[in-house]
Write a protein that binds this ligand. Sequence first.
Ligand code: IPM
Ligand code: MN
Length: 383
Amino acid sequence: MKSYQIALLEGDGIGPEIIREGRKVLEAAAQAGGISLRFNPYPYGAEHYLKTGETLPDSAIREFRDSDAIYFGAAGDPRVAPGVLEVGLILKIRFDLDQYINLRPIKLYPNVESPLKRNVPIDFYCVRENLEDFYNGMGAIFRSSGDPAEVHHCDLAMHRVPYDARFSLESRLGAADDYAVGMGIITRKNTERTMRYAFDLARAKGKSKVTAVDKDNVIPFMYGLWREVFEDVAKEYPEIAHENNFADACNMWFVKQPESYGVVVLPNLMGDIITDLGAAITGGLGFAAGANLNPQGVSMFEPIHGSAPKYKGQNVINPIATILSGGLLLENIGEPELGALVERAVEETLRSGAIRTRDMGGSTTTSQVGDAIAAKVLELSGK
Ligand code: IPM
Ligand code: MN
């Protein structure tokens, strides 16, 4: 029997509840497919940080490298300052494991209401670049008072860029004001593999167009390279159409004509912002799955949403985003049929009208959703 090791990080807030349901469905899929999934729990998150001061030790990263995948709930707690867990836990995993793709399917499921008036099918993929752009953590706040600069930089091996913001800026602006500098990076190698992933995905999913998003009109010194690489890679896929969108216009088209997209490839920061809009037009964060992929390494699967502390322990949160992220997990560890089975089970369960979660205006509980979808997985597989 094929066996997979899954590192399990429930995290905070509603994390444990959604992971419990996600795991239920994964276990049903494993039973259907005759594989074994071994879940290895890790305690990281707010509670662990408050107790120990530790966000994520390097030893955990080493253990993740020996896993087949990471299944992540949500991190964040009002008692922990913003940024601590985002950077010290989530971004650390993404960066250290070189998870350069953030895949976010944007799909409107049956019986899920879109806030858009025009009732059109929505089914496309956002491929968000996951390591570079303004997420490098490089920058600084310089104080005119003479206080020491608060310099931030992430010493990513691939991004060891020499820079001296103080020198170049003070010579331009003078030191009479406080100022902050943030540095975004686009590298050819990373952009190339991201673009290639986007075109390969279009091919694999039968999408006829890839749209690259940027603000090349105002930040050509960064997104000029992004665009150049997009054009180069597009030549290798002559059967797939390609186009550029400025990010502001892309926002508008997500609302006005979402059915026109196939695969959308986005720089990290714009991708973060625009994929929340993608979630919103397809019924909200309760349905928005995500995957942080290193196609050659270990990937992490997590819903787009956060830890929603005020709903913790109430059994009212929609676990479908986490369940669908579990489907992406199966697809990417080498069990694509089982991944498709999970997605179909979600789709069929929603189509039947059997579940209406709170965010859909109903009262189906978190655990009832997991039960219904797990049962549907077994039913569809004939087990
Ligand atoms: C997301 C989140 C993260 C991001 C945070 C928690 C680091 O908003 O996954 O979209 O900005 O990427
Ligand atoms: Mn986000």
